[in-house]
Design a protein around this ligand. Structure first.
Ligand code: MRU
Length: 343
């Protein structure tokens, strides 16, 4: 199994995804500041993986606290949690995980600091293990929707590397393969960070699932030519009405899918659904350093001083989404009702 993130004797060890697939290098976080830096610099990325990292970061924050009283430890954790939540804005799994850890700490206020620290460590590890099980359930719920053969298009990386393991969208594809179906995966390269080219291609090839990488702007042509039977992507945040924030470029893929009568599925755990936001308009969208656009592997490819814009996510309106595959069931239109019934 791909060890995306692990708790190892008080150290959080992650695959440093910036170097994949050229080399497998690990990044060790010894305190919660290291975890924040890892999330911001894309050592680890993908909504569920960021959530797990945040939970483990909170366990590290507790472990390093010098507090003698539970109330002081909880204050320390609240401060760490605020910083952790601001590491990246779009994936709601980050705030979801921090809040779970704070709830555990507050509910343990009558215990010794040592016990609270232990409880937090146990919870962080169980969030990791639960995530893998949730992805496997999502896989079971979604496998039937995948074609027996033909092409399945995906965008970005919603696989083992974006989660605790197995993946959301790629988990559904894995489950379809395990059930004997033989879809061929087309992976958008996913400019500018190239999650599709580097990460999706790598992890599917590790599993011997055939994958062809395409330039992001080829998707429409492949659909027109009948090469794509279904699209499946992950999500960073889903609003109560089913609007989906995911990697920039998802929206145009969804519009193209509708134009070509191709089903468009989103696979995401319940922890990615933000029932506090009525629609996608309320989802904060991350803007990243324009250098990620103008440079490739650290080399400037644009003219000196080119102005570039690096919007990391977009919103796909619910009307383009055929179904949202969760660990409980596949939610369908009208999403305001179907998503509400999941909680
Ligand atoms: O910027 P990233 O790489 O963190 O963006 C990741 C995505 O957009 C994924 O599709 C999403 O987080 C779902 S991962 C299961």
């Amino acid at each position: 199994m791909i060890p995306t993130i692990e708790w190892q004797n008080g150290i959080v060890r992650m695959i440093d995804q910036r170097y994949l697939p050229r080399r497998m290098q690990f990044y060790n976080c010894r305190n919660y500041h290291d975890v924040i830096k890892a999330i911001q610099t894309m050592v680890i990325r993908g909504a569920p993986a960021i959530g797990i990292a945040a939970a483990m970061g909170m366990a590290l924050a507790a472990a390093s606290s010098k507090a003698k009283q539970a109330s002081t430890l909880i204050k320390n954790l609240e401060q760490a949690g605020e910083k952790m939540k601001s590491a990246r804005p779009t994936a709601v799994n980050l705030a979801w995980a921090v809040d779970i850890m704070l709830d555990i700490a507050r509910a343990s206020h009558h215990l010794s600091c040592e016990l609270i620290k232990e409880n937090l460590q146990d919870k962080a590890i169980s969030i990791l293990n639960d995530d893998i099980a949730i992805n496997q359930s999502m896989g079971k719920n979604g496998a039937g929707l995948m074609p027996e053969q033909g092409g399945v298009l995906t965008h970005c990386n919603a696989g083992a590397l974006a989660t605790g393991g197995y993946g959301t969208a790629l988990g559904v594809i894995r489950a379809a393969w395990e059930a004997g179906k033989r879809p061929h995966v087309y992976a958008d390269e996913t400019r500018p960070f190239l999650q599709g080219l580097r990460l999706t291609a790598w992890e599917l090839m590790e599993d011997n699932i055939p994958v062809t990488v395409i330039a992001d702007n080829s998707a429409g042509f492949l659909m027109q030519k009948g090469m794509i039977q279904c699209v499946i992507v992950g999500a960073d945040r889903i609003a109560a009405n089913g609007d989906v924030a995911n990697k920039i470029g998802t929206y145009q893929t969804a519009v193209l899918a509708k134009e070509n009568n191709i089903p468009f599925y989103v696979a995401a755990p319940l922890s990615t659904i933000d029932m506090s936001l009525p629609s996608g308009n309320n989802i904060p969208i991350e803007n990243r350093d324009p250098k990620e656009i103008t440079t490739i592997a650290g080399k400037l490819f644009a003219p000196e001083n080119t102005i570039a814009m690096n919007i990391a996510f977009d919103i796909t309106p619910n009307r383009y989404i055929t179904g949202i595959i969760t660990e409980k069931c596949v939610a369908k239109m009208p999403y305001t009702e179907s998503l509400k019934s999941l909680f």
